[in-house]
Design a binder for this molecule. Sequence first.
Ligand SMILES: Cc1ncc(COP(=O)(O)O)c(C=O)c1O
Length: 398
Amino acid sequence: MALPFFSKDKNPILNRCRDDYATRMRLKYAPYYRVIDAQQGPCITAGGRDMIMLASNDYLGLSFHPRVIEAGRAAMLKWGASPTGARIANGSRAYHIELEERLAAFLGREACHVHSAGYLSCAAAVAAFARKGDVILADKNIHSSLWDGIRLSHAACERFSHNNLADLRDIAASLAPAVPKMLVVEGVYPMEGHIADLPGIIGAAREHHCFTVLDDAHGFGVLGRQGRGTLDHFGLNDDVDVLCCSLSKSLGSTGGFVAASRDLIEYLRTHSKQTIFSAALSPSQAACALAALDLMQTEPWHRERLWAGTRRYRDMLHGLGLDTWGSETPAIPIVLGSKERVYRFWQALLEKGVFTIMAIAPAVPPGRDLIRTAISAMHTDEHLDRIADAMSYAVKKL
Ligand SMILES: Cc1ncc(COP(=O)(O)O)c(C=O)c1O
């Protein structure tokens, strides 16, 4: 819907919204919120054209797995569409408890709490435990949900350079030893595809007695034994206090969770506004995530296919001379360096039937404007061939 940009009103907030430059540009170039009319796995139909989805986070390709879909359907028949309220008000359902117990057992944690969005889980994982007077040490590139958690906590925040242990050490050493500190990092940074230097970073945090929070939305399902995530990948399962995660990536559902010791999860249930005042995870969300969690453990070939596809795709991009920012995971950026180049590249891919997403400064550092792509286990060799053709075409358009 076109906004009536130039019509003035006496309401200054309304005028500010109507005159917003970023919204005007977004509507003019229309790269985001594109309408997809149909989808089967990574094959989508948009604007009457068949395309390959290369921008979702369905790493294991489980969102279309028949057992996941059947589990969601059965849960709706049994429990209805929605719990229609927060658990503190109208109760936890058996499916919440089952999913929480299964996630906690899988991750070797005592307890877990699920939310209806990963965003809520990640914001809660910070905001519930930090407070005014604390100092939070945060990697500069963490997700918006964690920044919101930091803001809501009212703690002071010190940002360290992305994945930079030396910078973290310098900042931590400059703080008064007695001040309560929290470290907030991710396991895998999805815009860059980087795996965090967790052994170094967590080690430094422990030296300074930091409470540690790790968002593993993009490591869960991808790294570690059976997809237990980045901590498991490094053998650091016992070294982080709170793990937060999304159900909307490898688990092919929507929602999120916080996993920790029992006392910390009970503290979160008492103090976290995101937990207390938001409606609970729906029956189908929970059932789909639970079925996917089973599949992660019983059907290892999804992860094997994911990594085989990732290696092939990354080699192909490097063969074309493209810069993937040193990505080590299935989240693979194509760094093009300016918004004009990104836009041309993105349009060429669209023309060839490949759906990607642009990330331009300030969403990424200046000069690192990029196309964000991610491989799924559902991408077949044929899809990857088509993607390779589209990439060669887009390179020529630069
Ligand atoms: C690193 C990270 N944390 C948290 C989230 C929020 O998860 P959700 O999309 O499930 O709300 C995302 C989603 O993009 C993410 O990338």
